[in-house]
Design a protein. Structure first.
Length: 449
């Protein structure tokens, strides 16, 4: 490997060894882009890579809120403004008890290249809190969001940094966050957040965009292989916003999700999650997001407790859409042995590095990386920003057409970048190379900082 790339990876391991998820993504991305660094000796002179692995700015803040009994609680809030070379910082907020600086940095780093791939002017960021939304009342959620925004509002803005949702942050939370921003600033700057409700500037299709985009990307992969989505059976993990969008779009296009896994086990529904079952998923999730077994009880299908559906043979496509490091070596071996051809990552970094390398080395498999596959979500966030700044509203059809076009271009850019480096149809390297190139060029042109 390129000596400069190797030295930067070593540096990050030494300095940030206590941040395993961050080290993991740095290793994955930098080893992919090493061939480009070979061709650009000027990168080392400008120390481009050490600059790129250091967030431009990252801060924590105290978030105090009171529960419904009047008891005060204290959480840590984060915002990691990783890279602003190609646009205002942009990325989601995650509210989950396991949020750490490492998780914030890995997500911010990934977001930088993902946003670059969308072709829209957005830098990379991530934020959130170790707050646990599970079991909180609506009033508690509101007070938490108000307190969170009170600490954050000075550091964001439509041309500065534009947060959105991620795990634990959906339309309801964005609404409370936006209300507090408007109240504190006394301005109508709805471009400060995306994923808003439609009545105050949200974009149509945004809630479904990540899942829809993943299916549009999958269609491009299938087209490349002379195949089509019609009749395909898909196994996914996760049935949150993203998983749900996959189920819905797959059903619309004549495919079906026949396996889905949740925290308590997995469901096998040979007829697929289609029709009114899609509504039931929403209902079930709203009642209790930690259990998918009620689906099996209601529809009389198989439920396998405390297991993941990685390795099942009667599917055509795997799409991990739950969370990071969901697929480890043990699952990857089962996936490879199943003979299934397509492994399409959806959640951010759903595969450990060794498992990903192993799957990529399987001659019978095609592996697609999450930073390309799930970029439709943030792409539609970019479209929401455009609509807000233009003070106009696009129809669902207009947004959906643009989303389709963006996913097609992301796939093609990845194909072209991999080919340029003689790598063949390598979607993982291609996405890293294409995403990296734009950010690198912008940083080189903007001088040292
Ligand atoms: O991981 C992601 O791309 C997101 N959570 C969405 C970010 C956004 O700004 O829409």
């Amino acid at each position: 490997m390129n000596a400069y790339v190797a030295s930067v990876i070593e540096n990050v391991k030494k300095k940030y060894g206590h941040e395993p998820e961050f080290v993991q993504t740095v290793e994955e991305v930098l080893s992919s882009i090493a061939p480009m660094v070979d061709k650009h000796p000027e990168y080392e002179k400008a120390d481009l890579l050490n600059r790129m692995v250091e967030p431009e700015r990252m801060f924590t803040f105290r978030v105090v809120w009171t529960d419904d009994n009047g008891q005060a609680h204290t959480n840590t809030g984060y915002r990691c403004q990783f890279n602003g070379a190609i646009g205002p910082y942009k990325g989601g907020l995650r509210f989950q008890p396991n949020v750490t600086p490492s998780i914030m940095k890995f997500l911010g780093f990934e977001q930088t290249f993902k946003n670059s791939l969308t072709g829209l002017p957005m830098g990379g960021a991530k934020g959130g809190s170790d707050f646990d939304p599970a079991g909180k009342s609506d009033a508690e959620i509101m007070r938490f969001c108000q307190s969170f925004m009170t600490a954050l509002y000075r550091y964001i803005g439509p041309d500065i940094d534009v947060p959105a949702g991620d795990m634990g942050v959906g339309g309801r939370e964005i609404g409370y966050l936006y209300g507090q921003y408007r109240r504190l600033k006394g301005v109508w700057e709805n471009g400060v957040l995306t994923g808003k409700g439609f009545t105050y500037g949200g974009s149509l299709i945004r809630p479904e965009a990540t899942g829809y985009g993943a299916i549009y990307y999958l269609q491009e992969v299938l087209k490349h292989e002379g195949d089509s989505i019609e009749g395909k059976r898909i196994a996914i993990s996760g049935y949150g916003n993203v998983g749900w969008g996959i189920m819905k779009k797959a059903a619309e296009l004549g495919a079906k999700v026949t396996y889905f896994a949740g925290p308590d086990g997995y469901i096998h529904d040979p007829d697929g999650v289609v029709g009114e079952k899609l509504d039931y998923i929403l209902e079930m999730r709203a009642k209790d997001p930690m259990h998918c077994k009620p689906y099996a009880d209601k529809y009389g299908v198989e439920f396998v407790p405390n297991a993941k559906c990685w390795g099942v043979k009667d599917v055509d496509i795997y799409m991990p859409a739950a969370t990071q490091n969901d697929v480890r070596m043990e699952s990857a071996e089962k996936i490879a042995a199943s003979g299934v051809k397509y492994y399409i990552e959806v959640a951010n970094m759903p595969t450990t590095n060794d498992a990903l390398e192993f799957l990529r080395s399987q001659k019978h498999m095609i592996v697609a990386p999450s930073k390309a596959v799930n970029a439709g979500g943030v792409a539609v966030s970019g479209l929401e920003m455009s609509q807000n700044s233009e003070r106009l509203v696009w129809t669902a059809e207009e947004v959906d057409e643009k989303l389709k076009g963006i996913m097609k271009v992301i796939h093609q850019m990845s194909v072209d970048a991999a080919e340029e480096y003689g790598l063949g149809y390598d979607l993982v390297s291609g996405a890293n190379l294409a995403g990296f190139k734009k950010v690198a060029t912008a940083m080189m042109e903007q001088g040292l900082f």
